[in-house]
Write a protein that binds this ligand. Structure first.
Ligand code: UD1
Ligand code: CA
Length: 466
């Protein structure tokens, strides 16, 4: 049994942000959420999160995780002070405690599991994760004896020039025997350059302490500023994209594509350049997405094409074609074999199978049957300035170009709407509806170029002289 505590109380001054650092997002998930997910991989009996700066916001962001205990650190006096706050909560706790920095989000579960394993098999008082970095700047340095026992840990800001040469750094990932840690926590001093109580001082007060080097140094990147946030995001994207390519997805120009980690892709999906896939999105086999598309929290059926389009919170069923330049949002459901074309916006609309909205339309709050054809420029006028209203269109109906369908409105099956109509009343099945002024043609009129008004031509001009 093991408990996990996550240090998440710091402001993250170097982020220069109103948002607490651990709530900044990497590929769609906050740093804290990522660390919590990693922690879950050791099946902890308890998960504690130490909150302080922006405590309300941080607590709210994890309120859906019922088993997480929040521990408040009112003043942020250092990582050691943060862990001291656990003492009343872990009184009588007899097992090991894993402590994770909330700003180290790329740690792999298997690395954490291996660290815990080493800790337990060696019966250590503490086991810490370290790395050998070419550029150790900013990290605390770790010094060990020949038996790999930690003898000294010095923060970057407290290092002498010689100590700075040490490339072995503290990753901010620790396993402790809690009973032993609890004994040394009250003895911490803050006589260092930052006047903080360091958790690292508690580590060196214990023995035996073992250091374990991480294999892949990218895993322990700590996020202190926006540059490191961008670096971490790039690393995460590379991981995600490599995994999808291994799983049989083609990525054309992967560097230009972004895929968040809740996205699911089936084999033989093709993702073209400049495409962003976000949230809980699922793309089924044989579909081609992009170039230039953004899909968020949506499901795209098999063998569908999405070109230069934006789709959010929607479902597109198999063999449909979307785009170029379509926008689907607010719970659209497009049936099979549909065609949604150029400059078309669909909002909260349900379309049956083989229905087309091919050019220049807005279809909002509407239900369309099967094989409906919406003419170019058709608009559902769904908003009366106060409320939204629905439009229903039955199977096989067609609207002419530039029709306005003023909701609430119900067109039956096999209805034809003449081009340019403004339809305000519902229409039963099998009707032609013409709702526009009849064309008037007046012969014998011509523009008077001096005043810009069309006038009847003078009689003398039209009747030849005798
Ligand atoms: C810390 C380590 C350093 C290590 C590095 C790895 C200490 C003294 N130093 O340095 O050895 O190389 O992480 O990334 O531990 N926090 C609190 N309360 C506080 C202060 C910090 O909860 O009072 C939290 C922060 O929110 C953050 C984490 O602890 O998630 C680390 O704090 P940070 O100030 O970033 O420590 P570093 O200087 O990076
Ligand atoms: Ca840090």
């Amino acid at each position: 049994m093991v408990a996990v505590a996550i240090l998440a109380a710091g402001r993250g001054t170097r982020m220069k942000s109103q948002l607490p650092k651990v709530l900044h997002s990497l590929s769609g998930r906050s740093l804290l959420e990522r660390v919590l997910n990693c922690a879950a991989s050791v099946q902890p009996s308890r998960r504690l999160v130490i909150v302080g700066f922006g405590a309300d916001q941080v607590s709210q962001s994890i309120a859906h995780l019922a088993d997480v205990e929040l521990v408040e650190q009112r003043e942020q006096l250092g990582t050691g002070h943060a862990v001291q706050q656990l003492m009343p909560h872990l009184q009588g706790f007899e097992d090991d405690l894993i402590v994770l920095n909330g700003d180290v989000p790329l740690l792999r579960p298997k690395t954490l599991q291996a660290l815990l394993e080493t800790h337990k098999t060696n019966g250590n008082a503490a086991t810490i994760l370290t790395a050998q970095l070419d550029d150790p700047k900013g990290y605390g340095r770790v010094f060990c004896d020949s038996a790999n026992r930690v003898t000294q840990m010095v923060e970057d800001k407290d290092c002498s020039p010689e100590q700075k040469q040490n490339r072995r750094i503290n990753a901010g990932i620790y396993c402790f025997n809690w009973a032993k840690l609890a004994q040394v926590l009250p003895t911490l001093q803050n006589n260092n350059n930052q006047q903080e109580y360091y958790l690292t001082d508690a580590v060196t007060a214990l023995s035996p302490v073992m250091a374990v080097d991480v294999e892949d140094c990218q895993e322990i990147l700590g996020i202190n500023d926006r540059q490191q946030l961008a670096d971490a995001d790039r690393i995460l994207q590379t991981r995600i994209k490599q995994d999808w390519m291994k799983a049989g997805v083609t990525l054309v120009d992967p560097d230009s594509i972004r895929i968040e980690d809740e996205v699911r892709l089936e084999p033989d999906v093709i993702i073209e350049p400049q495409t962003h896939l976000r949230g809980k999105t699922l793309i089924r086999s044989g579909s081609r997405i992009g170039p230039g598309s953004l899909i968020e929290n949506s499901e795209i059926g098999e063998n569908t094409i999405v070109l230069f389009s934006v789709i959010s919170d929607s479902v597109v069923q198999a063999t449909s074609r979307i785009g170029p330049y379509s926008h689907l949002r607010g719970h659209v459901d497009v049936g099979q074999g549909c065609r949604i074309g150029n400059f078309v916006e669909l909002k909260n609309a349900r379309l049956g199978d083989r229905t087309n909205v091919a050019h220049l339309s807005y279809i909002g709050d509407a239900t369309l049957g099967n094989r409906v054809n919406i003419g170019a420029g058709t608009i559902t006028a769904n908003y009366d300035g106060v409320q939204k209203h629905r439009t229903e269109i039955g199977d096989r109906s067609k609207t002419g170009s530039n029709s306005v369908l003023v909701a609430p409105l119900k067109l039956g099956a096999d209805v034809t709407v003449a081009a340019g109509s403004v339809v305000t009343d519902s229409v039963p099945d099998d009707c032609l509806v013409v709702a526009r002024a009849r064309q008037v043609v007046k012969p014998g009129w011509r523009l008077n170029r001096s005043n810009g008004v069309s006038e009847p031509l003078p009689k003398s001009n039209s009747s030849p002289e005798a």
